[in-house]
Design a protein around this ligand. Structure first.
Ligand code: UDP
Ligand code: MG
Length: 313
């Protein structure tokens, strides 16, 4: 039966209120459909009772397993850990706050049975978010779609992947990557399921504007070198500009018409030096990324596990 088993990976950070609700809801749903399953909760260094709740859930239900990080490593790491620990023939990743409707797992599972290797969850709308958040997300996805040539609008982390796809992803050595894009990067026969983002039931969103900006910068730079090309292009643009001004100055000099150009000189100095600083910054960012990858530290550190061996055999 193992070859039909579905692993449901649930990253959880400070979700003590949601663990019992989510575990019950998802397990109940899968049992009703007679799908062989396991739930893999990943406690991403929560500061509340999330881990105790996960242990409790795994005591109550032998098909619930949990792993506990030594600290908060971020959702991307939690998802990767879940995939690494999952034993199913298919893996689905779902948020702990039930903002991704669990009923859709069934739909995804049936599509997988029909031969699709990746089933992407696509947001129909972005749920109730502030105007600023929506605008920033819109900008970010337009940028990343242009940079990666993968249509990322309304993409989410809610997706089902076949074992083959999961293994391909786990083989990738890089420590930082953009999870939402990676499932389309690897290829394979894929389809999508649309869903309406639900209201968060308990707890609060972990995203601040600062973390969103960091997320955007990390992901754009980990998936594309377009910012580096921009540096070169702005260099060319400024060279062109300099050429025009240079020729004009020379002509005026020859015609004994040279002006007192103090303001112009200062302005040009300021503009070019700021562009240079930005360029160096962008290059520096990529070097920092290379440095991080070269250090080859693990993506996460697992401190504890629960429910292990119960789903074996
Ligand atoms: N999450 C995580 N580690 C983090 C932040 C979030 O594992 O550092 C989990 C969180 O518990 C939830 C999911 O990622 O299951 C989505 O987080 P959240 O609901 O805060 O994001 P939003 O839905 O607001 O985008
Ligand atoms: Mg949420």
């Amino acid at each position: 039966m193992k070859d039909k088993m579905l692993s449901v990976i649930i990253p959880a950070y400070n979700e003590e209120a949601m663990i019992p609700i989510t575990a019950k809801c998802v397990a109940g749903l899968l049992e009703k459909e007679k799908i062989v399953y396991e739930l893999v909760f990943v406690n991403d260094g929560s500061r509340d009772a999330t881990w105790e709740k996960i242990r409790k859930a795994s005591d109550d239900n032998p098909y619930v397993r949990g792993i506990c990080f030594s600290r908060n490593f971020g959702k991307e790491s939690a998802m990767m850990a879940g995939l690494a620990y999952a034993k199913g023939a298919a893996c689905v990743i779902i948020d702990c706050d039930l903002q991704h409707p669990p009923e859709k797992i069934i739909e995804m599972y049936h599509l997988w049975e029909n031969g699709y290797k990746v089933v992407e969850g696509v947001k129909l709308s972005r749920g109730r978010e502030s105007f600023l958040h929506k605008w920033a997300a819109g900008m970010f996805y337009a940028l990343i779609s242009a940079a990666t040539k993968i249509d990322m609008r309304n993409a989410s982390d809610f997706k089902l992947m076949d074992r083959e796809v999961v293994d391909a992803i786990l083989k990738m050595p890089e420590k930082q990557f953009f999870f939402r894009a990676i499932s389309s990067w690897v290829g394979f026969k894929s389809t999508s399921v649309e869903f309406e983002v639900q209201e968060r039931q308990q707890g609060e969103s972990k995203w601040s504007v600062k973390s969103l900006i960091r997320y955007a910068v990390t992901n754009i730079t980990s998936f594309s070198s377009v910012p580096l090309q921009l540096v070169t292009w702005s260099g060319f643009l400024f060279f062109l500009f300099a050429l025009v001004i240079g020729i004009q100055t020379l002509v005026r000099f020859i015609m004994h018409d040279s002006l007192e150009g103090f303001t112009t000189v200062i302005m040009l100095q300021l503009i070019t030096s700021s562009i240079l600083m930005i360029a160096v910054g962008i290059i520096g960012y990529y070097i920092a990324k290379i440095y991080d990858e070269v250090k080859d530290r693990p993506r996460y550190i697992v401190e504890e596990e629960t429910g292990e061996n119960k789903t074996d055999g």
